[in-house]
Design a protein around this ligand. Structure first.
Ligand SMILES: *Cc1c(COP(=O)(O)O)cnc(C)c1O
Length: 404
């Protein structure tokens, strides 16, 4: 798929997402490969420490109070967090229908049940009124998702959690770096916060994630369960200067550790994350300005002045005016694709997927805001490797798709 330039040359397809891997990341990976230690070891630990230092960079937080646990995916981190909180059969966990299935599937891993609620159409984040109304005596935890990189109102979440005595596990897969009231996501008073370093996220380790908690007991349990239920780290076992072959299995754990190869990428990606955010913000601002006259609902901005949006996603929705003009989501997607622009839809809501729909007998009418958003939304390419010309190209293609 490509577009004709006036001189007859084809422009290459612009992918929906591309990672930004620099020479420092590559050198660090090579160094890891040459070191003789490729699985979880010194670099994974260094990455955890660097992540804690990054979050604590506001100067008001003690990095030592933040337990950062590197895992091989955010899905793993969410699973470990809920497991450590003791979620199990008979329990309910509430989250948004407008998310990736990973947020909800981990609840099912543990035999607990998921209660899905609708979104607030103003933010595309979980509707906090619907969230509170969905709490029952069985509810053990709530899982806010900072959709696209826009913070959920963490003051409201914490107030609800305190009032009803439920745990909070934040799905922060999109939210590095995002702030709520000037404080980074990761530093709010939740039981656990989980970031993703999947290939298309705001920083990547190929596959990877970070579980953050201030709860020492939760951290200890998650570390044991991260590696087979062994009561000590493999790295300690193999590098100790005294004989240390002995270990004990204290639980049927998982295999969720992050390799040093992946952590090598993370160490350098993390150093660049604030710069990445500035670049993403710049593209988002260019889109906002260029689309202001189009029949589109542009992505919501942070409600508090000065708060950061991570801009993992730039999601436009067709306005009523666009629908009245006969513009459709699928038509826009086809038009963009014909112009060589990769796009996506975030998300096909969970209530429409056969597993979730059938297990809980879900109907679209129960989730009118998510349903409407889904039917009208397109995610545009937004990533640091996009050039100004790439951004221009997306802008021109979107304007054309809207008949301008
Ligand atoms: C990407 C993503 C995840 C899962 O992250 P992995 O690191 O791929 O496991 C979870 N929740 C949301 C909202 C995501 O976008």
């Amino acid at each position: 798929m490509s577009t004709e330039k006036p001189d007859g040359h084809k422009l290459p397809f612009l992918p929906f997402a591309l990672p930004e891997i620099g020479e420092e990341e590559i050198a660090e990976v090579v160094d890891t490969l040459r070191s003789g230690w490729v699985t979880t070891g010194p670099k994974a630990r260094q990455f955890e420490q660097a992540f804690a230092a990054y979050l604590a960079g506001d100067g008001q937080t003690d990095a030592n109070a933040l337990h950062c646990i590197a895992v091989n995916s955010a899905t793993a981190g969410l699973h470990l967090a809920l497991e450590a909180l003791g979620i199990g059969p008979g329990d309910e966990v509430i989250t948004t229908t407008h998310t990736f299935t990973a947020t909800a599937e981990v609840v099912r891993y543990l035999g607990a049940d998921v209660k899905l609620v609708d979104i607030d159409p103003a933010t595309l984040n979980i509707d906090l009124v619907a969230l509170e109304a969905a709490i029952t005596p069985k509810t053990k935890a709530i899982m806010p998702v900072h959709y696209a990189g826009l913070a959920v109102d963490m003051d409201a979440v914490q107030a609800i959690a305190r009032k009803h005595g439920v745990k909070v596990v934040e799905d922060a897969a999109h939210a590095l770096p995002t702030t709520w009231q000037g404080k980074l996501i990761g530093l709010h008073d939740s039981d656990a916060i989980v970031f993703s370093f999947y290939a298309n996220k705001t920083m990547t380790t190929g596959e990877g994630g970070m579980l953050v908690t201030r709860n020492a007991a939760l951290a200890a349990r998650a570390k044991v369960m991260r590696l087979h239920g062994i009561n000590r780290d493999a790295f300690d076992r193999f590098t100790a200067k005294v004989p240390s072959w002995y270990y004990e299995i204290v639980a049927p754990g998982f295999k969720y550790n992050l390799t040093d190869i992946a952590a090598a990428l993370g160490l350098h990606q993390l150093k660049r994350i604030d710069g990445f955010q500035v670049q993403r913000e710049h593209i988002a601002q260019r889109f906002d300005a260029a689309f202001a006259d189009l029949p589109l609902v542009l992505p919501p901005r942070p409600v508090n002045a000065g708060d950061l949006h991570a801009w993992h996603l730039y999601v436009v929705r067709l306005s009523d005016e666009a629908i009245a003009q006969g513009i459709t989501r699928d038509g826009v997607i086809d038009s963009l694709f014909a112009d060589g622009i990769g796009v996506s839809v975030h998300y096909i809501p969970l209530h429409l997927h056969p597993y979730w729909r059938d297990r809980y007998g879900l109907k679209p009418e129960t989730f009118p805001h998510s349903q409407k958003a889904y039917e009208r939304m397109v995610s545009l390419p937004l990533y640091t490797r996009m050039t100004e010309a790439d951004t221009d190209r997306v802008i021109a293609a979107v304007r054309k798709a809207c008949g301008r």
